[in-house]
Design a protein around this ligand. Structure first.
Ligand code: CUA
Length: 371
């Protein structure tokens, strides 16, 4: 949706002209750039990069495997760290002698003879056969161990959640609690959560970078994994497998709560407010019924029992809607209902452009009132 402002565009006036030297990123630049101008440009670039880094550091729980926030993510991060140390060692043990040899034995004149050739050294042959074997074993032992630990059942204490990938949103079912929701997966912090991963259509991949590694959702083949969040917070997640037009918009959030906060959320979801609390919302309910919204959406405790789209029970309590593409407020909801394709290209949600502003206001009042 966003144009890349840095994408090089051909210059129609000078089709054959290549970007000036120094524009390594291909940005079209004037052919002659003075030194101070280049300096200013570099300065601006440095300032921008610095600002971006600072802003990235501001996020409480960035979607990064480098900031593990739970047991599973930490296990994977340690493996990453360990391999990085080994790889750095390998890199340096190759690059340092290589640099030395290049400098020390470079040809200084055409008459210079070849340096002494070393071949058939048993010691060297053994060294570069045995060392990689030892390194691979050192990497394999913890990797296989962690793979088994991550695949092991999370235990009877674990909360069970079924995650279902849809084009392009995430559904979360809590079979033992009788709850179905979308976009936000609520979990208790400090407790293991065992996920059963399924797909309603194509391959997706469930990924919450700061809580655990990726796991595919495969049609007809349930997968499982567990994760845990150390502390309450909101952890961004993203579909990590190309799944069609709006793959990149298939986001979600894991909301980890204190045990009491989670219990309150569960109670709220099990006893949802479904009757309109205002005359406007009551009018919205009749529009909801008139347009057959319940054919695709479920609202627990009402006649709406559709399963094509997200379950809307407790919608008013969510921070985000539409897979995190929109905030949960009347304006954003109206925009979605009016033209869903403008937000999530290719979505099966039909557009309701015939609704008058007053009708839309009533409908969103009803939806926002679902607490
Ligand atoms: Cu679902 Cu990509």
């Amino acid at each position: 949706m966003l144009e890349n402002p840095r994408r090089p565009s051909p210059d129609p006036a000078h089709p054959g002209i290549r970007p000036a030297a120094g524009a390594a990123d291909g940005t079209p630049t004037p052919r002659r750039r003075t030194a101070p101008a280049r300096g200013r440009r570099l300065g601006r670039l440095a300032a921008l990069s610095g600002a971006a880094l600072l802003l990235a550091a501001c996020a409480a729980h960035p979607a990064s495997v480098l900031h593990p926030q739970g047991a599973a993510a930490r296990m994977e991060y340690r493996l990453f760290d360990f391999s990085l140390i080994i790889m750095t060692g390998v890199f340096l043990s190759v690059i340092i002698p290589l640099t030395y040899v290049i400098l020390r034995y470079r040809q200084r004149s055409a008459a210079q003879p070849l340096p002494k050739q070393v071949e058939g050294s048993h010691f060297l042959e053994m060294l570069w056969t045995v060392v990689p074997i030892v390194l691979l074993i050192a990497l394999a032992v913890p990797t296989v161990g962690d793979a088994f630990r991550l695949a092991a059942p999370a235990g009877p204490e674990a909360l069970q959640v079924t995650v279902i990938g849809h084009q392009w949103w995430w559904e979360f079912r809590y079979p033992s609690l009788g709850i179905v929701t979308a976009d936000e997966m609520h979990i208790p912090a400090g407790q293991r959560v065992e996920l059963t991963l399924e797909s309603a259509d194509v391959l997706h991949s469930f990924w919450v970078p700061s809580l655990a590694g990726k796991e595919d959702t495969v049609p007809g083949q349930p997968n499982s994994m567990w994760l845990e969040a150390d502390h309450p917070g909101t952890y961004p997640g993203q579909c990590a497998e190309f799944c069609g037009l709006s793959h990149s918009l298939m986001r979600f959030f894991v909301v980890a709560q204190t045990p009491s906060g989670f219990a309150a959320w569960v109670h709220g979801m099990q006893h949802p407010v479904t009757t309109p609390q205002t005359p406007l919302a009551a009018q919205g309910l009749s529009i909801f019924n008139q347009y057959g919204c319940g054919g695709c959406h479920t609202i627990d405790g009402t006649a709406a029992q559709g399963t094509v789209g997200p379950n809307l029970t407790g919608l008013g309590n969510r921070a985000v809607v539409v897979a995190g593409a929109l905030q949960n407020n009347a304006a954003d909801l109206s925009q979605w209902i009016h033209d869903p394709n403008a937000i999530i290209p290719g979505t099966v949600m039909p557009a309701f452009q015939g609704l008058s502003p007053t009708q839309m206001q009533a409908l969103t009042a009803y939806l926002e009132g679902l607490k």
